[in-house]
Design a protein around this ligand. Sequence first.
Ligand code: NAD
Ligand code: TYD
Length: 350
Amino acid sequence: MKTILITGGAGFIGSHVVREFVNKYPDYHIVNLDALTYAGNLENLKDIENKSNYTFVKADIRDADHILAIFQEYRPDGVIHLAAESHVDRSISDPLAFVMTNVIGTVNLLNAAKAIWNGEYEGKRFHHVSTDEVYGTLGETGLFTEQTAYDPHSPYSASKASSDHFVRAYHDTYGLPVILTNCSNNYGPNHFPEKLIPLCIHNILNEKPLPIYGNGKYTRDWLFVIDHARAIDLVFHQGKTGDSYNVGGFNEWQNIDLVKELCKQMDEKLGRPAGTAEKLITYVKDRPGHDLRYAIDATKINQELGYTPSVTFEQGLSITIDWFLNNQEWLDNVTSGDYQKYYEGQYRES
Ligand code: NAD
Ligand code: TYD
């Protein structure tokens, strides 16, 4: 039996990756290592928590000794590393937290893998999950390829770029069998409502303003989270050691158009007159250092591994809204307490 250790498995994307692996590979032992920060939630994994091939371990990747002890106990054959501080706006107010988890935490994991594998790399793999934000920003045209030079602008993307460099350095220096994926913006069930799409779903439900930063013409490339989990599965099993794969669905939206599409679908699903939600759109102060446009060239993963997303954006968005409408208790739980303080601080001057 193979043991696969997944970090950040209680978070948004991690929980979908854990579920995909636990259900699809009953002969793997899946160990989910997560510190359960504000973004980690074991409610995301209720449906699989009692499966015999699943173990949850609460641990903080900043704690090198604890991480090494966990690696020595479980001796994973593979690591899929998703644990991170993931929100750009939080990185602007507290950059050091992003260095500690995203950079130091990643190096602690690399050291633990290196220590237990001890040069015996047959059947071993360290898969680092990263973002397209490391490439910086595009103008009106062009796409990020795997050859695009790194040019991060936010503390979040700078910390992810740094972690990517360390992962490659461990491959080049120690021969560690690493692989990387750089994915575009995800959306879907269990998305924490600090990010644009779930924040707007939450605010439409509560008839609160929909804050659009700047002129709303910033562009992001969106992928349904389950399609990201499928891509991670494919690259982890079939990708080439030492390589990076961009993951995306050729699905660019300007923020304002995306929010209008969301408003339209929400009005229909809630039985409210057309145009109701759009009235909540409110332009607010821009994000400092706001990247204009992200767009992924996903040709490599498509041609080498045959990857294509399974849903269109309209379908994925509809599934996502339905999930939030059917899981309002989840939304109420994660938006009580500390979330209120975060929200007031972030949107106070809006
Ligand atoms: P998330 O914030 O929803 O979840 C992060 C998880 O990591 C949480 O469960 C949290 O408890 C855990 N965590 C945080 N700090 C930790 C620590 N010190 N030790 C152990 N666990 C810790 O993030 P997400 O959106 O699911 O992103 C997961 C990964 O995918 C991140 O590495 C992120 O950079 C990357 N990514 C995200 C997107 C996106 O659109 N969300 C796109 C591309 C790549
Ligand atoms: P976000 O979901 O935070 O993801 P990222 O910053 O990683 O791309 O933001 C997506 C886009 O939406 C980005 O251009 C910033 C913008 N945005 C708003 O306009 N208003 C908001 O309240 C938030 C959270 C984001």
